[in-house]
Design a protein around this ligand. Sequence first.
Ligand SMILES: O=C(O)CCC(=O)C(=O)O
Ligand SMILES: [Fe+2]
Length: 303
Amino acid sequence: MVRNIITSIKGSRKLQRWRKTANREAWQLQRDNPLEVPFHMKPIARQFARDGLAVFSITKLTGGKELLDGLRKEFREGCHRLADEIESKQNALLSPHDEKDGSKGYIVQFRPWEDSPQYQTALGQLALHPDIISLVNHYFHLYSKVMTPSYWNTLVSGSATPRSSQQWHRDYEDVQVVKAFVYLNDVDDGNGPFHYMRKTHAGVGRWTNPKTWRDSEGGVRAHEDDLFQVFDPQRCEKITGTVGTMFIADTKGYHRGGLAIDRTRELAFTSYKSPIFQAKGLSAPFENLPENVHPAIRFAAQP
Ligand SMILES: O=C(O)CCC(=O)C(=O)O
Ligand SMILES: [Fe+2]
């Protein structure tokens, strides 16, 4: 326990250095000209800061209902375009010869653009939505950058044995990482709901760990039994929900998901990082940004 407290003091110093030294410019921009969290998002922002997770309906977002229609349409179009790839991957997963290695081969990811990300697409509107960017920037105390927006078709796993990020883990990207998910079909125990351990994103919970091991991809994973030895199982949140269920998670906290058993899971995904983390950024700036967007949105839209 004492060791955990010392580690967490060191951790909070590291966080301060990441914010105010390494990401100095983005920190100053957020201090001097923040995109304010709108009134209707404040309870969500509070819950997110407290638990590392907030679950809500996409209809909470300004224009959320139309956005959901657009996301579902783009998802369907993408699946149509990739029908052959989806079918062959699904067959491979269900075949007894599947290697069952660590890889994330059970998710088909795609985007509604070829090269440069497009602001006018539904996925672009989600990734750069002011309600989301304001919340993320407020949480980071920084102007953040969009990391990897995409649609995910989580295929049916041939085995009930979890692999890769179907197992409990903390994400490795950047010092803080925020991911947002929108379910585009109904998600229950049958199609791989996301799970999250509340309050493992900050404070002592951030620096306390169960016994872990490395899988073949190098990912650090934990068994549920071991995790529940260290954290109260009551903190475990399983996110099931109907179409349009949205959640935002600090994935430095323990999470897992995507073990679909009887049908696929469909979702829209977007994530956020600080400017200094280069590895997983956008390949090019978003195109077709209107002139009058807030500087925080313009900043997020650049690699
Ligand atoms: O597929 C899931 O629900 C888990 C994904 C995950 O671990 C991640 O995106 O970091
Ligand atoms: Fe993850």
